[in-house]
Design a protein around this ligand. Structure first.
Ligand SMILES: N=CN[C@@H](CCC(=O)O)C(=O)O
Ligand SMILES: [Zn+2]
Length: 413
């Protein structure tokens, strides 16, 4: 199937290649073509340019897009999409003054989610997650990373990862699976943390390797969760199974995890609400992507990751949702876009680069998605009649996406 989009008001995020993540002043540029055409064949971008340069084209379908800005779909490189139940009770507890850490210390938080998930069948988990994913795609997400981590037992962690595998095969957007067995110490091991680490290393990872259930490995490196040394042990064992690391660090405390993760070759370090001078130094010029999660800061009332400071220090910054039932019950990348601009003071150019090109790097998809580039997937956002991309974060809380195309096809929501 060949499709030609003509007279596009503005074609945004057009790049010859995206082999490297964007840093420093490159984050300030959002290359685009006004009055453009875009040619798609079999779900891939084949050609684009100014209408002035369009020669007669043998496309099977032609669409006039003169009132529309078209951009690549959002790339969400950090989610916990597979969970069994929401946690409104903890939300109310926080309104009454309890902190996220206090709720966790009382047995709420991740352990609460793990208890609920243990009781849910793989089929039901799948149906719920598929429904959520459908909603996210309708809001513009066209590539997503999904973590396990609400299992915390061999059976339940594998159950989540099998659900993600099924989501991969049933959807047309790229999905990456991350094994997060080290999300919390489960109750059964509360007096034997080494026993739980051994379970991850000796029981979970061999099955994951055998069934090819994950692309990445993650650890929640934080006080009362996992130490830097424990994180390194898990990352190293994961790498023996071909899993690269994407880790939760610096959400509440700076423990030196960033330096350790960068040296261990982590693809990304995520959260970063609390940063030290040493953390900036470890990340400057590193290949590791620094992923900020502003919706989590919004929901928990935490500081926002200092993204502009990072960009000024040549750190490659990405943005993601962190969609999960505890700290971020929203998977809406449009809202992330708004928070990045309103709360983190990113320009729309910086924010959109962080949510597309750099986010694709944060999940190894830089050759597949995240820009209008020849050969990439035609996963596209068509906006309602707006004058510039700044209108997208400006209209916070509203969807101004007219259509989402996956492989060049319109997704009906
Ligand atoms: N911080 C660790 N994990 C999740 C939240 C987990 C939960 O509260 O259920 C996060 O990234 O925010
Ligand atoms: Zn997370």
């Amino acid at each position: 199937m060949s499709i030609l989009f003509t007279y596009i008001k503005e074609l945004v995020q057009v790049r010859e290649h995206t082999n490297e993540p964007l840093r420093g002043t490159a984050m300030d540029e959002l290359p685009s073509i006004k009055n453009a055409y875009l040619y798609v064949e079999d779900g891939r971008i084949v050609d684009y340019g100014s209408m002035d340069d369009l020669h007669p084209h043998p496309a099977e379908e032609v669409y006039n897009c003169e009132n529309q800005i078209i951009a690549p779909g959002y790339v969400d490189s950090h989610t916990h999409l597979v969970f069994a139940a929401t946690r409104e009770k903890e939300f109310e507890d926080r309104i009454h003054g309890l902190s996220y850490e206090e709720i966790a210390a009382r047995g709420g938080g991740i352990l609460n989610s793990a208890a609920k998930l243990a009781d849910m069948s793989e089929d039901d988990l799948y149906l719920q997650a598929q429904d959520r994913l459908k909603q996210l795609i309708a809001m513009g997400t066209t590539a997503i990373e999904i973590k396990s981590g609400y299992g915390l037992s061999v059976e339940s962690e594998i159950k989540i990862l099998r659900v993600i595998k099924r989501l991969k095969s049933e959807n047309y957007i790229p999905i990456k699976a991350t094994f997060l067995g080290a999300h919390a110490i489960p109750l059964a091991f509360k007096d034997d943390r080494n026993g739980y680490l051994d379970l991850i290393v000796n029981e979970m990872l061999p099955v994951i390797g055998e069934e090819n259930l994950a692309d990445y490995i993650d650890v929640f490196c934080e006080k009362n969760y996992f130490t830097v040394d424990e994180m390194l042990r898990i990352i190293e064992t994961g790498s023996a199974y071909g899993l690269k690391a994407k880790v939760h660090v610096n959400q509440f405390n700076a423990l030196g995890a960033i330096d350790a993760a960068v040296k261990a070759g982590a693809v990304s370090v995520d959260h970063l609400e609390v940063m030290t001078t040493a953390d900036y130094e470890s990340l400057a010029d590193a290949n590791t992507i620094a992923t900020a999660l502003p919706s989590c800061s919004f929901f928990l009332g935490l500081d926002y990751a200092p993204v502009n400071e990072m960009i000024d220090k040549n750190i490659a910054v990405a943005l993601a949702t962190d969609y999960n039932p505890g700290s971020t019950p929203s998977g809406n990348m449009n809202f992330v876009f708004s928070l990045a601009c309103i709360k983190m003071k990113m320009t729309p150019q910086r924010a959109f680069n962080a949510m597309t090109v750099n986010a694709a790097h944060a999940m190894g998809l830089q050759y597949e998605v995240g820009s209008i580039t020849r050969g990439k997937k035609a996963h596209l956002l068509f906006f309602k009649d707006i004058d510039s991309m700044a209108a997208v974060p400006y209209h916070f809380g509203h969807s101004i996406i007219d259509k989402v195309l996956v492989n060049g096809h319109h997704i009906q929501d």
